[in-house]
Write a protein of this length. Structure first.
Length: 415
């Protein structure tokens, strides 16, 4: 354990994971977040137009995401999530075709040997050809390795890969998808169960963490921005927090859990990924609907997933640079035309809605950008990095963010 204090810069999920793990290890912590609220891109808020709580962005966590589940257990938030069976519904918006993938609970889905349990049009050889993802190299893209799986590629891998990597399959790093496959599908249906926040991501991943930190006496500084970092002889000697200079003592450590561009502004000597991809989320107040399936994969349109929680239907569009440039009203009409028939609602009557665009939702997860991801430990002796953009070996997801926070905390505690 560090003999001094650990300053965590950034109150997103990575920073919260680092801070809570540090406190659990008995470390004194100061958490500094520029926004008046924590959570970063993983938060909930009350939308006046929808008169409902919505998430800033939709995120899918699976039961095999061990770091996320450990984090929820630490902050006593397991009762705020619902773990669903490993059964995924799919609908093709363009053709109306529908099917489901039931992974069951066993390690190996032997039932896929029978055609009636497989995705329509797929063959056993398609599934066998997908094994190439397990030998992905750094320069391989999803299309390089999986396009040979034919219909399986079109009906599963494309939407799965783009939603996990937020990068089009023809340029996305296959090596980043490999560990996801190993930790979920590779461990059977029990590791593939969707974990849904009952009220919203903020109520599960953020609010309980803040309460945990407050209960442990952590110095929480929300609405305070780190303006500069002074480095002398490869060691941070002080932080400027909104004009207040904080001098670091021997044994003090800084964990930067800031986005890559912010970290690079403060610490120009860092090498960070500098290309990004957008995500667009649309939320619609649907009122009474007979469609109750909580998660549906979508094909034949531009959204990849449809989420239902209460009277709010939400969609996610990944790798959405083109959609993010469209006018929100036009985008809402296009989305509604696609999902209204699924919900059994009138596509001509656009309900109250909210379109949220994240222009820099994640780094571009291409082989070149992946090669620029830094490790948590740096050449600055008392600086560690965290964030879904760092080299966790995982994509830029909630699981990757939390793992990065846990790794930063582990290194700090070991010092």
């Amino acid at each position: 354990m560090s003999k001094g204090r650990v300053y965590v810069l950034g109150g997103g999920v990575a920073g919260l994971a680092a801070a809570t793990a540090l406190v659990e290890g008995g470390q004194e912590v100061t958490l500094i977040e520029a926004a008046p609220h924590a959570g970063g891109r993983c938060r909930s808020f009350f939308d006046k137009q929808l008169q409902s709580n919505i998430d800033n962005g939709n995120h899918l966590v699976l039961s095999g995401n061990t770091h996320a589940m450990r984090y929820l257990a630490r902050i006593d938030a397991l009762d705020t999530v619902e773990v669903l069976p490993a059964c995924f519904s799919y609908k093709n918006i363009a053709t109306g075709e529908a099917w489901s993938i039931d992974l069951g609970t066993r390690r190996y889905p032997w039932h896929l040997l029978w055609s009636k349990y497989r995705i329509p049009g797929t063959r056993l050889i398609d599934y066998w050809r997908s094994r190439h993802i397990l030998s992905a190299k750094g320069s391989d893209t999803i299309t390089d390795l999986l396009s040979a799986s034919g219909v399986f590629y079109e009906k599963f891998w494309v939407s799965f890969a783009v939603s996990v990597l937020n990068t089009s399959p023809d340029e996305a790093s296959a090596a980043l998808l490999m560990p996801v496959v190993r930790e979920t599908f590779g461990k059977g249906g029990a590791a593939c169960r969707p974990v849904l926040a009952k009220q919203g991501l903020g109520f599960s991943f953020v609010d309980p963490a803040i309460e945990y930190l407050k209960g442990c006496g952590v110095d929480l500084q929300l609405g305070k921005r780190c303006r500069s970092i002074d480095v002398v002889d490869n060691q941070i000697i002080s932080l400027d927090i909104d004009g207040e200079k904080i001098s670091l003592e021997d044994g003090d450590i800084v964990i930067s859990a800031l986005p890559p561009s912010n970290a690079n502004d403060l610490l120009p000597m860092l090498t960070v990924p500098n290309e990004y991809r957008s995500i667009v989320n649309g939320h619609f107040k649907i009122g009474p609907s007979t469609y109750k399936t909580p998660i549906t994969g979508l094909l034949g349109g531009f959204p990849e997933w449809l989420f239902i929680r209460g009277d709010i239907a939400s969609v996610t569009i990944s790798a959405a640079d083109a959609s993010a440039d469209e006018a929100s009203d036009k985008l809402a009409h296009s989305i509604w035309q696609g999902i209204a028939p699924i919900l059994g609602l009138n596509s001509d009557q656009l309900p109250p809605h909210r379109i949220i665009k994240e222009k820099r939702a994640t780094i571009a997860q291409t082989p070149r950008m992946v090669s620029l991801r830094p490790k948590s430990a740096t050449n600055i002796s008392n600086l560690l990095l965290a964030g879904d953009w760092t080299d966790t070996g995982l994509p830029a997801t909630i699981e990757g963010a939390i793992q990065s926070g846990h790794e930063g905390a582990r290194l700090a505690l070991n010092r």
